[in-house]
Ligand binder design. Structure first.
Ligand code: UDP
Ligand code: MG
Length: 329
């Protein structure tokens, strides 16, 4: 029954919870209180890692202030904002649990779902327990539009359906190790876990309103995420450009035939309208094609530079007591 489940890691930690946080000072203490309440009820050997993604507010100070109440709480602070993907990666690298949960720090991923996720994993039901958004009632119209656009693009371009997927998921150690072995720098956590193909069980949850603050995704950031995700997972845009090139070629041949016909029959050249339209059309098609090539080139460039995904400014240790071997499960 437990065959899919990796044995607890050597340290004896059963569950690591990774929480990326960017400018969450207002809500972080309340979130940690709820989280620890739930964790203490369902797990004896756990650790929590807050990854402060270069917050410009007091997030780190607040984490520091409550640290003494929670011996299982550790923290990593980036030198600047490197993005949520980098924060998740840092947390995965730091985690030692036999199971690892990634969740948001704004309260939108309800900790109350944790016991159910943990039970499903303990029973060996799957190696990935993914929380799926049942509804997003708290979102504004613009956010919903952005999300819809993003998911449609992803589905048509990469074939990965992420519409109900969230970053809130429990991963077996085996999955975490697989993800950490990926050599690539440009990362897309949600897509990568789906890509690995490990057995997955979905649990539905209602997206709660934020505890405080506002969402930090701008349209520009989402566009960047979509371009990164698409170029990392699919070469379809290149094919698309090629096909539109073909269509353009056919149109050009037809126009050429028409021009020859006009010339042969002696009809005067009919002004610049058609020429302008054709020029504009092919001009923009060219630019678009170069743009797509550029997106792939940028992806290759980022990978080849092989810069670190993030830099750590400060750490806060989780003081998990060392277990005697006979206690360790
Ligand atoms: N986050 C982060 N780095 C960023 C942006 C966001 O670590 O550059 C964290 C943020 O603190 C939160 C999670 O990622 O815990 C999700 O962010 P947000 O709530 O803004 O996104 P949404 O809920 O709208 O997807
Ligand atoms: Mg949120």
């Amino acid at each position: 029954m437990n065959s899919d489940k990796t044995l607890p890691a050597r340290t004896g930690t059963e569950l690591s919870v990774i929480v990326p946080a960017f400018n969450e000072a207002e809500g972080i203490a309340a979130f940690l209180e709820i989280l620890f309440g739930v964790l203490r009820g369902c797990c004896t050997r756990f650790e929590v890692w807050i990854v402060d993604d270069g917050s410009r507010d007091d997030t780190w100070l607040r984490v520091h202030a409550v640290h003494e109440h929670y011996p299982e709480l550790g923290g990593i602070r980036f030198t600047r904002n490197f993005g949520k993907e980098a924060a998740v990666l840092a947390g995965l690298r730091q985690s030692s649990g036999a199971a690892v949960v990634v969740m948001d720090s704004d309260g939108q991923h309800p900790p109350s779902l944790l016991p159910e996720m943990l039970d499903a994993w303990r029973a060996g039901e799957a190696q990935i327990i993914a929380a799926q958004k049942a509804a997003r009632p708290s979102d504004r119209l613009m956010e919903r539009l952005n999300a819809h656009l993003f998911n449609t693009l992803m589905r048509t371009m990469t074939g990965l359906d992420l519409s109900a997927a969230s970053d809130y998921r429990l991963l077996d150690r085996r999955v975490v190790d697989a993800l950490l072995a990926f050599p690539e720098r440009v990362r897309f956590f949600r897509g990568m876990t789906v890509w690995t193909g490990f057995t997955t069980k979905n649990l539905a949850f209602e997206v709660a309103p934020r505890l405080a603050g506002s969402s930090h995704w701008s349209t520009a950031q989402l566009t960047k995420l979509a371009v990164n995700a698409i170029t990392a997972y699919s070469a379809k845009p290149l094919g698309l450009v090629f096909r539109s090139g073909l269509v353009g070629m056919v149109a050009a041949i037809l126009l050429f035939l028409q021009a020859m016909y006009s010339w042969i029959t002696g009809i005067a050249v009919s002004g610049w309208t058609s020429v302008t339209v054709v020029m504009l059309f092919f001009g923009s098609a060219n630019l678009l094609g170069i743009g797509v090539l550029g997106a792939y080139l940028a992806q290759i460039f980022d990978e080849i530079k092989a810069r670190p995904e993030y830099l750590i400014r400060q750490e806060l240790d989780a003081a998990v007591p060392i277990l005697k071997p006979d206690n360790a499960r």
